[in-house]
Design a protein around this ligand. Structure first.
Ligand SMILES: Nc1nc2c(c(=O)[nH]1)N[C@H]1C(S)=C(S)[C@@H](COP(=O)(O)OP(=O)(O)OC[C@H]3O[C@@H](n4cnc5c(=O)[nH]c(N)nc54)[C@H](O)[C@@H]3O)O[C@H]1N2
Ligand SMILES: Nc1nc2c(c(=O)[nH]1)N[C@H]1C(S)=C(S)[C@@H](COP(=O)(O)OP(=O)(O)OC[C@H]3O[C@@H](n4cnc5c(=O)[nH]c(N)nc54)[C@H](O)[C@@H]3O)O[C@H]1N2
Ligand code: SF4
Ligand SMILES: [Mo]
Length: 678
């Protein structure tokens, strides 16, 4: 491996921007990470998190070798063991379990801690399929919204973000893009500069993104469907719809027109907290500005009614015909443009038609505590459930179970790893070969190793191969190299957009754009082939077939709606223990409206206990106008540390959203009390 030079790389964080990176190496060490100036979307700009990535890659707290537990669960006492011993311990235990309780007593738990396809959904899936382990439904992030979107649009297809530079109206709807999709903000800023585009932000919190808007519209949590329906009401009433488009490309516009008559601006204002005149203003701006683009965020779909939110908002561009205008339309997600041969990569056929039970990851706490027959062994990789999963009291109680054999594969001794019987050290993406497909832009990218594995760490692919050998699994798919797996995954004639993109071409170019043809004219993946404003499939699934406002579920008798989202300098819980990133982020805050703070005697900077029936946190108050009365917001998945109670998922519900088994992180309620004055 070369010791010096500049090397192309990809950002491996779960972020839509999926930047192209340049890694600068000196004397074998990465000394600088910068955005690739030639990458058409990155254009040389990356976020602070990744500019400081070397602080994480070379953090002295990184795991160097496998560890086995020698103290009580959660105590954090470990001893070094060899890889041989670690693999032998795991496979001996698993063989015994399979013999006594069957393979479903073993459950993998993972998410996209590394977005590399081989790492996150490659060799692991092959291995657990071959084993016949219990399956995990990976629903924690965007599944409610994805299902909601596909009811309307058929699949995960929006517009090319690079086209949004042409937009004249950009609506960030429930997305904190300044922190979570910075290149969409850069495109919007350019559109503002060159076309005089207006930027609207609709959010429950006037955060970094709200502050850069031309118009910020505060809304009550979980009520966005009502706002969208109110906009539709006005679009129809004031003849701002594109009748030709509706006739040609949609199903159910007559029914929808009739249906939205109930969502008059006064009614919608009462539900949403948005003044009626603002609903008129929003509808008229949207109905008369072209191109108009909506970036649909993940925030509102982390509610009980999150699927219906995305289903509803994604009907708007159809009403105005904006899907046909370059720079118009919407993006919820774009993964279908880069669809690859998932079956070839994951090999569900290795299950050999065995039906195994499936566990929704949003209810991992309950699953560990109540399932019968019980989960006897949990293998965690690429995720940190002790911090990121809802209702963490239950999750931790489950992880602490004396009889649970817990293995954690990670780069760090995470809060989850503290409960493990065995901890395995993972390589970072810079040490791996893998391919990456963005869920926002249209580029596929290749990562090749830029540094040697750190200490004794191994990639997910390597570890599953070792486990397969240890289990005596005799299956050629478990022996393939990374290059072979990439070649299989990209061999996918069903997606003509991938034509010409293969392993060798990626080695040459590092990143390649899928060929994309416009959505219209064309047939969508809905049953009718059209945009389904009326959806028979929803009716069959027990949902209202037309977009509808469904209120949040009653979460108990606490006065405040609690919205704990991600923050600017972490990536979920990643970076939450890296000194540089923690220093940049300072501390977790709870944002309260001054009208609510006053009667509770809460002043700016006071320590506040935030609690409900599930748990409690102690956070510092920021009092002001950035949230509406009745709403409190905090940012960042901080871990409890040195006695600080800041684990927000103590407070979040583990109810399942209306669609896709999605999470409901933002539909909880809490009470507040001051415990210490500033
Ligand atoms: N810096 C940074 N970037 C990230 C992440 C990170 O942790 N940090 N995480 C990554 C991941 S995994 C994901 S899924 C994405 C998520 O990124 P986003 O799509 O931005 O989603 P969130 O930040 O969860 O929520 C977006 C916004 O929704 C608001 N919100 C909450 N409830 C409602 C509501 O009912 N209505 C409206 N209108 N707004 C509401 C929140 O206040 C927040 O500003 O970001 C990715 N990028
Ligand atoms: N309260 C609240 N909770 C939330 C959210 C919220 O908005 N609010 N957001 C939710 C969302 S959208 C998401 S996506 C989830 C994300 O939750 P997670 O998927 O758990 O994300 P991270 O916290 O970043 O943890 C990823 C872990 O993977 C490890 N890792 C990275 N690369 C590799 C690798 O190659 N191999 C292995 N074995 N490990 C690796 C990292 O070191 C890190 O510990 O959190 C959810 N939790
Ligand atoms: S986290 Fe997002 S913005 Fe930052 S470098 Fe990675 S892909 Fe780019
Ligand atoms: Mo996510």
């Amino acid at each position: 491996m070369q010791q010096d030079g500049v090397f192309r790389s990809v950002c491996s964080l779960d972020c839509p921007d999926q930047c192209g990176l340049l890694l600068h190496k000196r004397d074998g060490k990465i000394v600088k990470v910068e955005g690739d100036p030639e990458h058409p979307v990155t254009r040389g700009h990356i976020c602070n998190k990744v500019r400081n990535m070397t602080e994480r890659i070379y953090d002295e707290k990184r795991l160097h070798y496998p560890l086995k537990r020698v103290g009580a669960k959660g105590e954090g006492k470990f001893e070094r063991v060899s890889w041989d011993e670690a693999i032998r311990t795991i496979t001996t235990r698993w063989k015994d379990l399979i013999e006594s309780d069957g393979p479903e007593s073993i459950l993998p738990y993972s998410f996209y801690g590394n977005m590399g396809r081989l790492t996150a959904e490659g060799m692991d899936r092959r291995f657990f399929n071959q084993l016949g382990a219990s399956q995990l439904d990976r629903t924690i992030c965007s599944s409610a919204g994805s299902v909601g979107y596909s009811y309307t649009m058929g699949s995960s297809l929006g517009v090319d973000p690079e086209d949004t530079i042409e937009s004249k109206l950009i609506i960030f709807w429930g997305i904190n893009a300044a922190s979570t999709n910075m290149h969409q903000v850069a495109l919007a800023q350019k559109a503002r500069k060159q076309n005089g585009a207006k930027i609207i932000v609709i959010d429950v919190h006037k955060n970094q993104t709200g502050r850069l808007a031309d118009w910020f519209i505060p809304i009550l949590p979980g009520t966005d469907s009502a706002l969208a329906l109110g906009v539709m009401h006005i679009l129809f009433a004031e003849a701002m719809v594109d009748f030709d488009f509706l006739q040609t490309y949609t199903v159910g516009h007559e029914e929808l027109r009739e249906h939205v008559s109930q969502y008059d601006p006064d009614t919608v204002s009462t539900i949403t907290g948005v003044p009626a005149e603002d609903i008129y203003k929003l509808a008229r701006l949207y109905g008369t500005t072209s191109p108009a683009f909506i970036r649909i965020g993940n925030g509102p779909q982390h509610h009980d009614n999150g699927g219906m939110f995305v289903r509803t908002v994604s009907c708007l561009p159809a009403l105005t015909g904006q899907w046909q205008i370059k720079g118009g339309g919407a993006i919820k997600g774009n993964s279908a443009y880069l669809a690859f041969n998932t079956n070839g990569l994951q090999r569900p056929d290795l299950l050999k038609k065995k039906t195994t039970r499936t566990i929704n990851m949003n209810q991992i706490g309950d699953a560990l505590l109540t399932l019968d027959p019980p989960i006897q062994s949990l293998y965690v990789y690429g995720s940190n459930p002790a911090v990121v999963a809802p209702s963490s009291q239950k999750v931790r109680e489950g992880l602490r179970r004396e009889d649970l054999f817990l293995v954690v594969h990670d780069l760090f001794l995470t809060e989850t790893a503290m409960y493990a019987d065995l901890v395995l050290p993972a390589t970072s993406s810079f040490e791996n070969t893998d391919f990456y497909t963005s869920y926002w832009h249209h580029y596929i990218q290749l990562q090749q190793p830029v540094m040697e594995p750190y200490g004794e760490s191994k990639s997910n692919v390597e570890v599953f191969q070792l486990l397969a050998k240890g289990m005596g699994l005799d299956e050629p798919a478990l022996e393939e190299t990374e290059a072979e797996m990439i070649a299989t995954a990209l061999d996918y004639p069903r997606n003509p957009g991938l034509k010409g993109i293969n392993y060798d071409a990626l080695v040459k170019h590092s990143y390649m754009k899928a060929t994309v043809k416009p959505m219209f004219p064309g047939r969508l993946a809905t049953p009718s082939g059209k945009i389904e404003l009326y959806s028979e499939r929803m009716h069959e699934a027990g949902h209202p077939p037309l977009p509808t406002y469904v209120p949040l579920i009653n979460d108990g008798d606490h006065p405040f709606q609690f919205v704990p989202g991600p923050n600017h300098n972490f990536l979920n819980s990643t970076f939450s223990t890296n000194l540089k990133h923690v220093t940049l982020e300072k501390e977790p805050r709870v944002h309260i409206n001054q009208k609510d703070a006053l009667p509770l005697g809460i002043g700016d900077g006071d320590q506040v206990r935030v609690w409900n029936d599930r748990g409690e946190c102690v956070l510092k108050a920021t009092v002001g106008e950035s949230v509406l009365p009745g709403v409190v917001v905090t940012q960042g998945l901080w871990a409890d540390r040195d006695g600080a109670k800041q684990l927000v998922n103590q407070l979040t519900p583990d109810r399942i959203a209306d669609m896709g088994g999605g999470a409901t992180f933002f539909s909880g309620r809490v009470s507040l009390e001051r415990i210490r004055k500033n």
